[in-house]
Design a protein around this ligand. Structure first.
Ligand code: NAD
Length: 281
């Protein structure tokens, strides 16, 4: 039976550590708010935004909410970001993605001051990550590194296969695993022989966004499997990119969905906010 990597428990540990750190900073007069901007009222985005604000409240960081109409123009959004960039009370700025189609996501990400980019998406932070310098790390991949480390799973020297090459998960995941001295293979929708490549993995990270796509045929016996996907199945139950029931008996460790990677993303966002208040960025 596989070891079930408990993202709920590990994220709670991290949030409790951060609560103590935020309190220590507050006692030295170091405070600051996270500004959370949502454009439109996509229900999934509203859930994510609410969870992020709840996490701020738990840790003891102020959150400021900006709920903008879906008809908000790009210029209006950029103006708000510039105002928040210049506000010393605001230490983090988060724009919930995806944005409505008429707004250029890249322009918005680039408008956020790199010192307040707690999502770690600004090209300056991405560049710093590539060359191993200090900067905000993207929350989902940074959370996966924490899941592995806190579960005492060795990374150095292991062959890590990542399925997916998005800017927010796959690509930064590859860089962070390299930083931890894994041998990394990145696969994507044009990869040939995906099954064979995945079967080579000591650590398999599934971030392809296809419900229960990864079956037992993709997994080497004894591998560690990290499931980044979040979907609802036909019964409206949450599931991941991995067919958990089929894969779990084969592997040495696996993350469940829900309760695996998901809660870590918010914990690492809170980590970045505390770092920003501490002035570490
Ligand atoms: P995306 O759609 O931007 O990227 C998917 C990637 O998978 C692409 O690079 C594509 O080339 C690759 N891919 C698609 N089909 C493939 C196939 N058949 N074989 C091999 N590769 C294939 O998605 P994303 O934003 O990276 O998110 C991936 C999944 O992770 C989604 O389910 C998303 O909801 C979830 N997600 C979860 C969290 C979290 O906090 N747990 C955070 C971000 C994303």
């Amino acid at each position: 039976m596989a070891y079930i990597i408990d993202g709920k428990k590990i994220s709670q540990e991290i949030k409790d550590e951060l609560k103590v750190q935020a309190e220590a900073l507050r006692s030295k007069g170091m405070v600051g708010a996270l500004a959370v901007i949502q454009v439109g009222d996509d229900p999934a985005s509203s859930v994510y935004v609410r969870n992020k604000k709840n996490a701020c409240a738990y840790i003891g960081i102020e959150s400021l909410s900006y709920e903008l109409k879906s008809s908000t123009t790009q210029q209006e959004l950029l103006d708000l970001i510039r105002k928040l960039n210049g506000d010393d009370c605001v230490k983090g700025i988060l724009v919930q993605l995806p944005l409505p189609e008429h707004i250029d996501e890249n322009a918005v990400i680039q408008a956020i001051s790199p010192q307040k980019d707690v999502d770690g998406f600004h090209p300056e932070n991405v560049g710093a990550m590539v060359i191993g310098q200090e900067g905000f790390l993207p929350c989902t991949p940074a959370g996966i590194i924490q899941l592995l480390k806190r579960s005492k799973i060795e990374i150095a020297g292991k062959h890590c296969v990542i399925i997916g090459r998005s800017n927010i998960v796959g690509k930064p995941m590859a860089l962070l695993m390299l930083r931890e001295h894994a041998t990394v293979t990145v696969t994507h929708s044009k990869t040939r022989n995906l099954k064979e490549v995945c079967k080579e993995a000591d650590i398999l990270i599934a971030a392809l966004g296809k419900p229960q796509f990864i079956t037992a045929d993709y997994v080497k016996e004894g591998a560690v499997v990290i499931d980044v996907g979040i979907h609802r199945d036909a019964q409206n139950k949450l599931c991941g990119d991995v067919k958990f029931d089929e894969v779990e008996p084969l592997v040495s460790a696996i993350t469940p969905v829900p309760g695996g990677v998901g809660p870590m993303t918010i914990a690492m966002l809170m980590h970045n906010c505390v770092e920003s208040i501490a002035g570490k960025e």
